[in-house]
Design a protein around this ligand. Structure first.
Ligand SMILES: [Zn+2]
Length: 250
């Protein structure tokens, strides 16, 4: 019975409500994910803004509440930071001179009357057919998907050999708030927006997903695996957290 309050608790004047799968504190809603593998409590702020408490199975309600209260300032800081980064994301216009990213480089747009295809990248310029401007976003997304498919397939196969992972399918699509996902039977997916990132950052996403073939969670063992193949993963991960949102303005 999710979404049914189990026990209303009042502590220190804060409003706390407990549900089967989530906990509301001070107007913030935390999803609770319990796992046998966890030994300690942890709060994460997902890219979507979702707040998650990772907890060992035996953690009690009052332990969870206490932990959240200790971390409230940190959570608010994280959420503000996220909002700030999102505000920075520019909204693209399909006009001459607008810059569009591909593999970390910005290319200016030129509208052209005569062109057989909707969009090309040549001589350092994106050329968009004037007749296609009204569906510019759609045209760019399908261009990115096509380019990213080839790029990610090649890169993923190279890294999967080094990391001893069997890959059956590489798919590029809209993954919402995730950069990548690793599914069963060696199916790996990437968000088309990853084609806008610098190659070294996109490589971090690939290695991250491939490491999930060995460890499905984000445990210490998982990060050791990532580090074996990408010693400077930390800097790349930070870059992505700080700058990744900027590619979302399309
Ligand atoms: Zn992951």
């Amino acid at each position: 019975m999710p979404n049914l309050p189990l026990s209303p608790i009042r502590t220190g004047g804060r409003s706390v409500r407990f549900f089967d799968q989530h906990l509301d504190v001070d107007g913030l809603s935390f999803n609770i994910r319990r796992s046998d593998r966890r030994k300690t409590l942890q709060i994460t702020v997902e890219r979507s803004g979702e707040l998650v408490i990772l907890a060992p199975p035996e953690a009690t309600e009052s332990e969870l509440v206490e932990f959240v209260q200790e971390k409230l300032l940190w959570v608010h800081t994280k959420l503000e930071e996220k909002a700030r980064l999102q505000r920075r994301a520019p909204v693209k216009e399909f006009v001459d001179g607008e810059g569009f990213l591909y593999l970390g480089k910005s290319y200016r747009l030129r509208l052209v009357d005569r062109q057989l295809v909707d969009l090309t990248l040549k001589n350092g310029r994106f050329c968009l057919r004037t007749a296609s401007v009204h569906r510019g976003r759609e045209v760019f997304i399908s261009w990115y998907i096509r380019k990213a498919q080839a790029w990610f397939e090649k890169q993923t196969l190279q890294h999967s050999n080094r990391m001893d992972v069997n890959i059956n399918e590489v798919k590029v699509q809209d993954l919402g708030f995730r950069w990548g996902s690793f599914g069963s039977e060696g199916r790996v997916s990437f968000h088309w927006k990853a084609a806008l990132l610098p190659p070294r950052i996109a490589q971090y996403i690939i290695i991250h997903e491939l490491a999930h073939a060995h460890h499905p969670d984000h445990s210490a063992k998982f990060w050791i695996k990532v580090e074996q193949h990408l010693p400077d993963w930390r800097a790349r991960k930070e870059w992505l957290a700080e700058n990744g949102m900027q590619v979302e303005g399309l």
